[in-house]
Design a protein around this ligand. Structure first.
Ligand SMILES: *[C@@H]1O[C@H](CO)[C@@H](O)[C@H](O)[C@H]1NC(C)=O
Ligand SMILES: *[C@@H]1O[C@H](CO)[C@@H](O)[C@H](O)[C@H]1NC(C)=O
Length: 175
């Protein structure tokens, strides 16, 4: 290529880069608290072992155990409150001693405001600790390029129904 052609290509490339940058806008910070309504047993479970379905209580500390989940996510702690999202994905007990699970879960929004947008939670969760922090590694729709963290705490558990409510605080930066 002639030098002036190279210069032109470079200029075009720079222009494209500048344009993309302008289109992204400013990073916004978002904080929210939501609740995973989690049924690991009973007639309509939202967490099952892979391969499933299983009978009896799930064993979350068995190395290599895999679970698929589709929990309703609510803004309020009450079981009867309207879901704003679903927590869909899987987790795998990834520590030999059963202390950690690898979480791969999408928060798929279903409310009017964010319908179809997602936040992607991925990482190693110290599942036996009271508060578990996992990274938020991405997002789609309203949460494109999201990055941040989420902390989880089981705030209610009914052994008889194998029903748990897991509080989740999310802090992300996104465009
Ligand atoms: C769960 O699995 C672990 C590891 O294999 C085992 O030690 C434990 O007894 C199991 N718990 C139940 C309730 O089966
Ligand atoms: C979520 O944030 C609230 C308010 O700061 C706090 O009381 C609660 O302990 C947090 N929960 C988790 C799981 O981080």
């Amino acid at each position: 290529m002639a030098p002036n052609k190279i210069t032109l290509s470079l200029l075009l490339l720079l222009a494209t880069l500048t344009y993309s940058k302008a289109k992204l806008g400013h990073l916004k910070e978002l904080e929210m608290t939501v609740y995973f309504q989690d049924y690991s047993g009973g007639p309509n479970p939202t967490v099952i072992a892979i391969p499933g379905p299983s009978t009896g209580p799930l064993n979350f500390t068995k190395f290599g155990a895999m679970f698929c989940t589709d929990d309703p996510i609510t803004e309020k702690i009450e079981e009867s409150s309207a879901p704003i999202a679903r927590g869909q994905g899987l987790y795998v007990t990834s520590a030999l001693d059963g202390s950690r699970t690898h979480v791969l879960i999408s928060i798929v929004f279903i409310n009017d405001e964010c319908k179809g947008s997602t936040l992607e939670i991925q990482g190693s969760s110290p599942q036996l600790q009271r508060v578990r922090e996992v990274a938020v590694v991405g997002g789609t729709g309203k949460f494109r390029l999201a990055r941040g963290f989420a902390s989880f705490e089981t705030v209610y558990y009914d052994d008889g129904r194998q029903y748990a409510v897991i509080q989740c605080n999310i802090t992300v930066l996104h465009y």
